[in-house]
Design a protein around this ligand. Structure first.
Ligand code: BDR
Ligand code: CA
Length: 310
């Protein structure tokens, strides 16, 4: 199996994405690392450990990391989507969180890479703070990384500011560090594709029918679904982070286009924008941007794996 590190600011779609990875024999989850993001790091960290408890996976080391972005002190959070507890108001219904690994998240990432005998995939489904720190602090370990798959950015509309997606807006300087380097290949999974993979009521009903743990997961989605209906007028939810995890599990599931990407890091209205340069003379490392997929097949595959959670 592909060795995997999951870096997650555990909110609603992160919880779904985590379970997806745990239900997939193609990958071996070596560590879960948790930054701030959808809610504060103390909550995202407890949530990651709650999801691992629900899955009975006390064997996976899970470590907390960054409480804030790298450079600016903006405090972007998303309780309107994820609830004040980050799990759609259902955190208290989960089993007690599994024990915390005492290491700092980036130290745990480095240890996993150091010990790995095969290249490791990092799937980043929150702000890119930890991946940026890892690349900066441990250049000797970059050859141990196969690729970074990041749910990040948008080439069109934003969901946090006019043109900024949440994970990039939450730490644009970190996103710049990860997307503008030649050391490690990056697959970027932007809103352009995640907003096309919408799980509707029928999909959620099939998830609930999977069993009590599936029903618990579906419970987490309920508030998020209401927020989606209110914002977009559609009764369906985007499973953003699950798409990045599915791509890490089954490389090539999403169809990518290689494009240099610049991240707007100024403090103006474009802060957090991910700008693709499609000119032939474009410079900069190509990022493999997932812009297309068989969306029906993706939704069916995610559901098939989740239902086996029972
Ligand atoms: C991303 O932002 C977070 O709120 C979600 O968990 C996902 O990682 C979508 O823009
Ligand atoms: Ca996330």
């Amino acid at each position: 199996p592909i060795p995997l590190i999951i870096d997650t600011d555990t909110g609603v779609d992160d919880a779904v994405a985590l379970v997806l990875a745990l239900q997939s024999p193609e990958v071996d989850v070596r560590a879960v690392t948790v930054p701030f993001g959808n809610v504060g790091v103390e909550k995202t960290f407890a949530n990651a450990r709650r999801v691992l408890a629900l899955a009975g996976r006390t064997d996976i080391p899970v470590a907390a990391g960054a409480a804030r972005p790298l450079v600016h002190l903006q405090e972007e959070r998303a309780p309107q989507w994820h609830g004040a507890d980050g799990l759609g108001g259902r955190a208290a219904e989960f089993p007690e969180p599994i024990a915390a690994d005492p290491r700092f998240a980036v130290a745990l990432m480095a240890d996993v890479l150091r010990e790995a005998t095969e290249p490791v995939t990092i799937v980043s489904i929150g702000p890119l703070t930890h991946s940026a720190l890892l690349l900066g602090a441990h250049p000797d370990l970059v050859t141990k990384i196969d690729r970074i798959v990041a749910m990040a950015g948008s080439l069109g509309a934003g969901n946090t500011r006019g043109v900024a997606e949440f994970n990039v807006y939450a730490d644009p300087e970190a996103a710049h560090r990860v997307l503008n380097q030649f050391e490690v290949p990056v697959t970027m999974v932007p809103l352009d594709i995640t907003m096309r993979c919408l799980a509707d009521g029928a999909w959620i009903s099939k998830l609930i029918a999977g069993g009590p743990r599936c029903a618990a997961l579906a419970g987490v989605i309920a508030l998020y679904r209401e927020a989606f209906l209110e914002r977009y007028g559609i009764d369906a939810v985007a499973l953003h982070d699950a798409l990045a995890v599915l791509e890490a599990i089954l490389p090539g599931t999403l169809r990518t286009t290689a494009l240099p990407i610049q991240v707007a890091c100024d403090l103006g209205p474009a802060r957090g924008a991910t700008v693709a340069d499609r000119r032939p003379e474009a410079q900069g490392p190509p990022v493999h941007v997932a812009l297309d997929a068989d969306t029906e097949a993706v939704l069916a595959e995610v559901l098939r794996r989740l239902v086996s959670f029972g």
